[in-house]
Design a protein around this ligand. Structure first.
Ligand code: ATP
Ligand code: MG
Length: 361
């Protein structure tokens, strides 16, 4: 699939614009703080119903305006689709093919995307939350039921955490907590199952990418590190209740899961060099793209200023591996990027200056 056109109105500093895009590589270039990432954010919002930069969606509305709009036209292998987003201070409304959706699951998959920002190169170094986000982003797009379970889990988790705080203040007895626990365990077990299978598949793909990237010198292995196992989930929650009441939050469960990453059987997070960690992050990101491609259809790749963060050989590796996928990338030094891309692909160039996007396709 590819995004054939996007229209934005009142999105951050961007001037109202309809942009026709190439199904090859689209380069958005310009100086800092001109609005390049704002456009990628609009694409991401239309695909995922949220921003990749903030949880406060009203921040996307241009200063002084009441509402903002994003419209996307997507050309699919078999059918075309449209996504229309309207963001207001108090609510967001998303329509897929003209029908307003009630739940985000109805949106997922309409426009498959993978976003790659400089922070993603820190996937290995960062904390477990970042790796969970990486896992969740792909699983949500491919498996709507996964999103449903995850959403339900976090909803119940919030309620349990509130109750824990009330118990601590003696406002509530601890008896009702077990009602929440059994629901968390039920959802949690399903999520563990999805994550285990996903990480297993990703491991096979990532191993190949990393072999190619390192001339077979590094053997990459990723494993799922669930915070709890499915057999003892309930007991572990029960036995940590006193600690949870003391902390006012839940210490056991899938919201604490992580991924173990090793190269040549050595833990990369603890012992890897900086360059090694970045290469592994790149292999993992590319594997995520490949997974979506295999399971569903080729995703749209959003590269936010990521090329300038990589050395020449890694840049070439990345560009080669995403060949054939529609890509929207941002950069400041356009000439360097064009040299890397070469002129054998469908390239569209757009300059972004003070929120005005110029260029045609
Ligand atoms: P860089 O190369 O540094 O990443 P960029 O071109 O990606 O720059 P963006 O992050 O897209 O920059 O745009 C930043 C600009 O958008 C800033 O000038 C900021 O003030 C402006 N901006 C952010 N939110 C809003 C908003 N709600 N209304 C108006 N302008 C906004
Ligand atoms: Mg930017």
């Amino acid at each position: 699939m590819y995004l054939s056109s996007i229209s934005v109105e009142n999105i951050r500093n961007l001037t109202k614009k309809t942009l026709n895009l190439s199904n090859g590589i689209n380069v958005l270039y310009g100086k800092n703080a001109q609005g390049k990432t704002n456009l990628l954010e609009a694409v991401y919002f239309a695909a995922m119903g949220r921003s990749h930069r903030t949880n406060i969606y009203k921040e996307l509305i241009a200063f002084g305006k009441r509402e903002a709009f994003i419209s996307c036209e997507i050309k699919g292998e078999f059918a075309d689709s449209t996504i229309n987003v309207r963001i207001q201070k108090e609510k967001k409304e998303i329509a897929v093919n003209g029908n307003v959706i009630k739940k985000l699951v109805e949106l997922f998959g309409t426009m498959l995307i993978v976003i790659f920002s400089p922070e993603d190169l820190e996937l290995v170094t960062a904390g477990p939350r970042v790796r969970r986000k990486f896992i969740d982003l792909n699983l949500c797009q491919i498996h709507p039921l996964y999103y449903h379970q995850l959403n339900k889990y976090h909803h119940i988790l919030n309620q349990r955490n509130n109750l824990l705080k009330d118990i601590k203040k003696n406002k509530q007895s601890s008896e009702t907590i077990f009602l929440w626990d059994s629901q968390l365990v039920e959802c949690g077990i399903k999520i563990i199952d999805y994550r285990a299978k996903y990480i297993n598949s990703l491991n096979d793909i990532a191993k190949n990418f990393h072999n190619k990237l390192t001339d077979n010198k590094e053997n990459l292995k990723i494993i799922y590190r669930p915070n709890t196992d499915t057999d003892n989930y309930g007991q572990l929650m029960e036995s940590s209740l006193d600690r949870d009441i003391y902390l006012g939050s839940t210490s056991v469960g899938i919201h604490k899961d992580d991924m173990g990453i090793s190269v040549n059987n050595i833990d990369v997070r603890s012992y890897g060099s900086q360059g090694q960690k970045r290469s592994v992050s790149l292999s993992l990101k590319l594997s995520g793209i490949e997974y979506i491609k295999n399971k569903e259809s080729p995703p749209i790749v959003l590269l936010d200023d990521v090329l300038s963060e990589l050395d020449e050989s890694r840049q070439m590796f990345l560009l080669k591996e995403i060949q054939g996928l529609q890509t929207i990338l941002t950069c400041t030094g356009v000439e360097d990027v064009l040299v890397r891309i070469g002129d054998n692909v469908n390239i569209a160039k757009y300059e972004v200056k003070e929120g005005v996007i110029n260029g045609k396709y």
